[in-house]
Write a protein that binds this ligand. Structure first.
Ligand code: IPE
Ligand code: IPE
Ligand code: MG
Length: 243
């Protein structure tokens, strides 16, 4: 028997010059605040400024799509005071950041459940999405009340409810039922604060993502840190299971 040969052209693993699609697990706000003797809200507030800096730097570094983890399905389990503060802060941040985001050509979309947050916040999210829908310079995906397991379960339930034939359940069909089917898979996932876990973020979408972990706490993050992560990515070899 001859050697098994692969059909098609030889696969050349190569790293693209930059990661066009980046996702960030913005972690470390609480520790940033605690080190200063401040309540968690102070860290979350500083975190919104880090997001502002990062979004501003992203397009110039070749990033086209940026997904950020703002609030997980598990974060509802935090003390009531912190959750309330976060909901208020999200609303304030949407209102404060809208003009700058719009001016920079950023299209904002929220990924996750919408049925558990205050009505006023939901209205602000919908308004932000509608008012930035024509922008094309950067896609910003804000994962809010987001959890990958819930997202995948939701997709499975939707397919069953639609009477989908099991033979028709493939990757494309499942993806079509995710919260944001048009969101590209991340090339690079960055997590700040030194923790090295996914915490239920983009589990389906990150199947072949590269990972970069930094000990920088999220409120201290900015354009230079994003650039450093992209530089590390540029040195990777993506193999996708091939030789
Ligand atoms: C991330 O910062 C923000 C949210 C989860 C909302 P943390 O609040 O988790 O910060 P640490 O991990 O306690 O430092
Ligand atoms: C993940 O951070 C969620 C967000 C960044 C919004 P957490 O701080 O909630 O994650 P764990 O609890 O350390 O895994
Ligand atoms: Mg944390």
């Amino acid at each position: 028997m001859g050697r098994l040969r692969r059909a098609g052209p030889a696969f050349e693993p190569e790293a693209p010059a930059t990661a066009a699609n980046v996702a960030i697990i913005m972690d470390g706000n609480g520790r940033w605040a605690a080190r200063r003797g401040l309540p968690p809200l102070a860290g979350h507030r500083a975190g919104t400024r880090a997001l502002h800096r990062t979004v501003e730097a992203a397009p110039g570094l070749g990033v086209r799509s940026l997904a950020v983890y703002a609030f997980s399905t598990e974060n509802w389990g935090r003390p009531e005071r912190e959750v309330d503060d976060l909901m208020t802060l999200f609303a304030e941040t949407i209102e404060r950041e809208f003009p700058d985001l719009d001016r920079q050509g950023v299209r904002v979309r929220f990924v996750g459940r919408r049925d558990r947050c205050p009505d006023s916040l939901r209205a602000l999210m919908e308004d932000m999405e509608a008012r930035t829908s024509g922008n094309t310079r950067l896609d910003l995906w804000v994962a809010f009340d987001y959890g990958s397991r819930a997202e995948i379960l939701h997709a499975v339930r939707a397919m069953i409810a639609a009477g989908t034939d099991p033979a028709d359940v493939d990757e494309a069909r499942l993806r079509a039922h995710l919260h944001a089917p048009e969101m590209p898979d991340p090339d690079l996932v960055i997590r700040t604060s030194g923790e090295m876990r996914m915490s239920n973020f983009l589990l389906w979408q990150s199947a072949y993502a590269e990972f970069e972990f930094t000990t920088t706490l999220w409120p201290d993050f900015g354009g230079a840190d994003l650039e450093a992560a992209l530089r590390a990515y540029a040195g990777r070899q993506r193999r996708f299971g091939r030789r």
